[in-house]
Design a protein around this ligand. Structure first.
Ligand SMILES: NC(=O)c1ccc[n+]([C@@H]2O[C@H](COP(=O)([O-])OP(=O)(O)OC[C@H]3O[C@@H](n4cnc5c(N)ncnc54)[C@H](OP(=O)(O)O)[C@@H]3O)[C@@H](O)[C@H]2O)c1
Length: 307
């Protein structure tokens, strides 16, 4: 009887602790997502540099950053898309936003060349924020089917470019004792245990998450905030998806949320409905991974039948 009472009391206490922990986590999420005051990004410095600024999330982000009063260095591989984005920024924000461009194919340049291009373009300007946004993925394929050139490009754009662009800005940030770096990771590497047929993509994003978590600890005492954001599906040319209610936000919807989180958590999921999806994905991981594999195989078969 005494033992039974003891077991019931222990289970009740453990239940309450678990409930309290979950309620606390939920309250923290509500606060961070809807109530927390975004950082004034100008306190990091007056310029932001964004890679992959000519399309999708990167392009939406530069407009959002300009609206917060930052000047911009746009990095992209296509000179005419860079020029078009600068023109659109000038049309919308006029002389209040200065814009520079750097033409750099991140799949072709060596690491040292990327660091030198970034350091050269930002010499003498107060770079407060680096956004390593440029990213590449293949269509769903088995690992052996991804051709060698594409394999090399994915590794270079998703991993190499982020590491070496960081090398290009970190010394200046250390001297000024302020700065922020945002690495655009992916929920495919953070909230889902595996991502078959998109192995290279998810693995490079896992690298970015670990890189961000570790390096952020190295520099947190020096005024530099480093973060990896891990979104789920956003409607861009990479996913070839259309916006679908709140579940698949547009790049603009995502970028508004993204900017609110800069400078806070080391790894985060800024868009509210992505957090709900991530919660479900974590809870039902085995089923979700199976679903993803089926979907990727279906997509691969569609793509092959269209050839
Ligand atoms: N969309 C999603 O659902 C999703 C989900 C999770 C994470 N992400 C991540 O978010 C980031 C942005 O993705 P997105 O969906 O916006 O993709 P996107 O629409 O394809 O845009 C990618 C950007 O990167 C640039 N880029 C690609 N290869 C490059 C290279 N070799 N050199 C220089 N720039 C290059 C592109 O330039 P061009 O304009 O010349 O093509 C474009 O500006 C990526 O890191 C991606 O992995 C996206």
């Amino acid at each position: 009887m005494v033992l039974a009472d003891f077991l019931i009391a222990s289970a009740t206490v453990l239940g309450f602790i678990s409930l309290f922990k979950n309620l606390l986590g939920f309250a923290r999420w509500l606060h961070a997502t809807f109530l927390r005051k975004p950082k004034d990004l100008r306190n990091y410095g007056s310029w932001a540099i964004v890679t992959g600024a000519t399309d999708g999330i990167g392009k939406a982000l530069v407009f959002e950053l300009a609206s917060k009063g930052l000047n911009l260095v746009l990095v992209g591989r296509n000179p005419s898309k860079l020029e078009a984005t600068s023109r659109e920024l000038r049309d919308r924000f006029g002389a209040t936003t200065e814009v520079k461009t750097v033409v750099a194919d991140l799949a072709k340049l060596s690491g040292e060349e990327i660091a030198a291009a970034i350091a050269g373009a930002t010499e003498g300007i107060d770079v407060g924020l680096l956004v390593n946004n440029a990213g590449m993925a293949s269509l769903p394929k088995y690992f052996h089917e991804v051709d060698r050139e594409l394999t090399e490009s994915i590794l270079r754009v998703n991993v190499n470019a982020a590491v070496w662009a960081t090398k290009g800005v970190i010394d200046g940030m250390l001297k000024r004792k302020r700065g922020a770096i945002l690495n655009m990771g992916s929920g495919s590497a953070v909230y889902i245990s595996s991502y078959p047929l998109m192995t290279l993509y998810a693995s490079t994003k896992a690298f970015l998450a670990t890189f961000s978590k570790s390096i952020s600890l190295e520099y947190e005492g020096q005024g530099i905030d480093i973060q990896c954001q891990a979104p789920l599906f956003v409607a861009t040319k990479m996913t070839m998806m259309k916006r679908w209610y709140v579940f698949i936000p547009s790049a603009e919807m995502f970028s508004r949320a993204s900017v609110r989180w800069i400078g806070y958590d080391r790894v985060c999921n800024p868009y509210w409905s992505h957090s709900v999806q991530a919660f479900v994905a974590r809870t039902l991981d085995t089923i979700i991974v199976w679903g993803i594999e089926c979907y990727a195989k279906w997509w691969r078969a569609q793509e092959r039948s269209c050839r």
